[in-house]
Design a protein around this ligand. Structure first.
Ligand code: ADE
Length: 415
């Protein structure tokens, strides 16, 4: 939290950008208006570990205006927008821990600073705060529960729960329809392409793009790249997803074959060494490699660094020269390219994700005796977020008539 008076200019810049994002976060705007007078989070300490972006700023401002005492740390050192952090500290008086480019030690110290606030509620992105709390249970004495934003985080939580080791209830915000169908698909899709373009300024049209993983993020990335004229290849390990990719019109190949023909590679699986050194060696001279998964584990960078010479071309673009002279290019040090090389998902889509976060936190606060487990976002919240988003977009939909409702609930269809 060393964003001090000397950062005033930075804070001014952050203020303007946070306000710009808020224009596109009208569901959070509705919630801000509804909740700021009745202060549902009065007396509640909320610890957040999120990407420090303009969108996150608007979520934490909502929580503060709804009465909470909020502390925020970075969920990734390369996604922290220092102007946003400075703005939150200076203008909103919110405790922020994180600077762009923090090393591993500072990253975990920032998490510790948030844990030391002994939060009642926790918002996590990737599960690092929740797993740190499991190693430091002395900070959990006031904890009611937590929410998790990402697919990767939910996978980690389910593994904790399966082993019987989860110590408090967690709501898997990622799994809400109004989260992953939009944020993971359209948000990751667009911002990943944005990150690739900002780092390289290459022409997408005509390129062969290899997308590893056809989950919601992979689907979104493939769709955006295809829309810009790339010829897209999908790699998968799940037969159903592979089949979906084929039927959606993509080529599906094993990575060992795709490696030889791709111009751009993007990993989006959540697993390690999806592109290993064997396959990097098969790539064409000039191949561009990026990761859109939460952790920088999907590309085997450690092995690449052992065998290749490295040169920084520019921010977010490193050139590796392999033995024999072939060059491959890595974006954003293999960290999630949409946040390391661009600004993350657009505000419009984070609006729904963070409305789910806000309402799930309220649900946890109102249900303090949930047993430790991974919970779905209650379906009424999901529906409410969709209704509010449609309302802010000025889109009206139809309602069932009495007769139609009756027909749909009858087993005697057709009569
Ligand atoms: N995750 C992906 N995009 C994000 C954004 N813009 N803000 C916060 N978290 C994100």
């Amino acid at each position: 939290m060393d964003y001090s008076i000397k950062d005033i200019k930075l804070a001014e810049n952050g203020k303007n950008r946070v306000e710009w994002a808020f224009r596109h976060m009208q569901v959070l705007g509705l919630l801000r208006d509804r909740y700021k007078n009745n202060k549902p989070f009065k007396g509640i300490r909320i610890g957040c570990c999120l990407h420090i972006t303009t969108e996150t700023a608007n979520l934490v401002i909502n929580l503060k205006q709804a009465g909470a005492d909020v502390h925020l740390c970075a969920s990734n050192p390369l996604s922290t927008q220092d102007d946003v952090a400075a703005y939150l500290v200076k203008y909103e008086k919110i405790g922020v821990f994180g600077r762009y480019g923090d090393d591993r030690k500072s990253y975990y110290q920032n998490i510790k600073n948030v844990m030391e606030m002994k939060p009642h509620l926790v918002v996590d992105d990737g599960c690092d705060l929740i797993s740190s709390l499991h190693k430091n249970l002395e900070y959990t004495e006031s904890l009611i529960g937590a929410t998790e934003e990402t697919t990767t985080g939910v996978v980690r939580l389910k593994s904790l729960a399966k082993k019987g080791m989860l110590k408090f209830p967690v709501i898997a915000v990622n799994d809400a329809d109004t989260k992953h169908l939009f944020d993971n698909r359209y948000g990751t899709g667009q911002s990943t392409v944005d990150g690739i373009l900002r780092a390289t300024n290459i022409m997408i049209s005509g390129k062969v793009a290899v997308v590893c993983g056809y989950g919601w993020c992979g689907k979104g990335i493939a769709k955006q790249l295809a829309g810009m004229g790339a010829r897209v290849i999908i790699t998968e390990i799940e037969p159903v997803k592979a089949l979906e990719a084929v039927m959606d019109g993509y080529y599906v190949l094993p990575i060992s074959e795709a490696a030889k023909i791709g111009d751009i590679f993007i990993t989006s699986t959540g697993d390690i060494k999806v592109i290993d050194i064997k396959n990097i060696k098969k790539m064409k001279d000039g191949a561009i490699v990026a990761n859109a998964g939460h952790f920088n584990v999907e590309i085997d960078i450690a092995s690449l660094e052992k065998i290749a010479g490295k040169r920084k071309i520019k921010e977010c673009l490193d050139e590796y020269t392999l033995p024999g002279g072939k060059k491959v290019y890595l974006l954003g040090e293999g960290r999630l390219v949409n946040l390391a090389c661009a600004e993350g998902h657009p505000s419009c889509v984070m609006d729904m994700s963070f409305a789910n976060q806000f309402l799930s936190l309220e649900y946890l606060k109102n249900n303090p005796s949930l047993k430790p487990d991974v919970y779905k976002v209650p379906s009424y919240i999901d529906r409410k977020v969709a209704e509010m988003k449609l309302k802010t977009m000025g889109i009206k939909i139809d309602k069932l008539t009495y007769e139609q409702t009756k027909y749909m609930s009858s087993w005697e269809a057709g009569t």
